[in-house]
Design a protein around this ligand. Structure first.
Ligand SMILES: NC(=O)c1ccc[n+]([C@@H]2O[C@H](COP(=O)([O-])OP(=O)(O)OC[C@H]3O[C@@H](n4cnc5c(N)ncnc54)[C@H](OP(=O)(O)O)[C@@H]3O)[C@@H](O)[C@H]2O)c1
Length: 293
């Protein structure tokens, strides 16, 4: 019954239909899902911490997961930034109870990184092109890695489990490696990861109703251009970084000529004791509200 439900998922969600004999859906997942629920997309909240000019790291090659970069980045934070970050997290938790925290591969590897290679895996190739969800978790750390480039060393703890979003083009060796690591993955899209389809799959299979993007400008920009951003929670700290190529809260494709920006409605601002700012906005309804033409 559960396997049949999983096989029908591609059809239900309007994506490709894989005949996946070994798609795994956890045995704890027993509630009947209606078609309406399967098609509903989770709310997407973008949570970003930036300099006054919107930059989210010091320069393109410097990622915040590198301890020395993180130290330099935070050395420009006045003491109110961690306070505002804690208040923002509490606000999001109280209002949305998110169970999915999304990031892009750019938080972990350089733009120029190659796919992970040379990883052993004893799996049937056709089986590998199926969603792999051997167990459920209460919280998920979800990373888009369509090119199979992140060499995972941390795959979760008692509270939060890693899940990778991949596409039909993701190298098989990487999928085999994820299975060896027991890291679940969901397939969405033929080339790049289809973020809209991935959200619907997470709603259906993980029962996600809201997703927080803690990612960089690339993944946030892709969510924006796909018309998937519902709420933005931004913290600005009083420093200016500059640099045309320095990642910002939203990068990705430029607007096409005539394409409208996403209009937002202000929902609240708190100014910290040292002048840092936390503002909340929700996507406005009406003309110009959707960043997608
Ligand atoms: N200050 C902050 O709040 C904050 C938060 C997070 C990160 N950061 C920093 O930001 C930097 C990373 O930002 P970034 O922009 O380089 O990386 P990024 O946001 O991770 O953007 C690249 C990701 O977006 C995906 N992507 C891009 N376009 C897409 C599309 N059209 N459809 C589907 N997926 C798409 C890529 O998928 P593929 O992998 O499949 O190509 C990749 O996963 C790092 O320095 C990091 O430390 C700062």
């Amino acid at each position: 019954m559960l396997l049949r439900k999983a096989r029908c998922l591609g059809h239900l969600l309007g994506g490709q239909h894989h005949n996946c004999s070994a798609t795994r859906v956890p045995f704890t997942y027993r509630r009947a899902m209606t078609r309406q629920k399967a098609l509903r997309s989770p709310r997407v909240i973008v949570s970003s911490t930036a300099s006054l000019d919107g930059r989210i790291t010091l320069s393109r090659p410097e990622r915040l997961l590198t301890p020395a970069v993180d130290r330099r980045w935070k050395s420009h934070w006045p003491p109110d930034v961690p306070e505002l970050i804690a208040q923002r997290a509490a606000n999001i938790e109280e209002r949305h109870h998110p169970t999915i925290f999304l990031e892009g591969s750019g938080s972990f590897v350089a733009d120029t990184a190659s796919p992970v290679t040379g990883v052993a895996g004893q799996h049937d190739p056709s089986d590998l092109r199926c969603d792999w969800l051997p167990a459920l978790a209460t919280k998920w750390f979800v990373v888009v890695d369509g090119r199979g480039r992140v060499p995972w060393s941390f795959t979760g703890n008692a509270d939060t489990r890693l899940l990778v979003l991949v596409s039909a083009r993701t190298p098989l060796a990487y999928l085999a490696w994820l299975r060896t690591l027991k890291v679940p993955y969901l397939i969405a899209g033929d080339d790049r990861v289809d973020l809209g389809l991935a959200l619907k799959k997470m709603a259906h299979l993980l029962e996600a109703t809201s997703i927080v993007s803690d990612g960089g400008g690339g993944i946030n920009g892709a969510l924006l251009r796909s018309g998937l951003v519902d709420e933005i929670q931004l913290i600005w700290f009083p420093a200016v970084i500059g640099g045309a190529d320095t990642p910002s809260s939203f990068d990705g494709d430029s607007l096409t000529p005539g394409q409208e920006p996403l209009s937002m409605t202000h929902r609240g601002t708190i100014v910290g004791r040292c002048g840092s700012i936390w503002s909340r906005y929700e996507a406005a309804a009406g003309p110009g509200s959707v960043g997608n033409p």
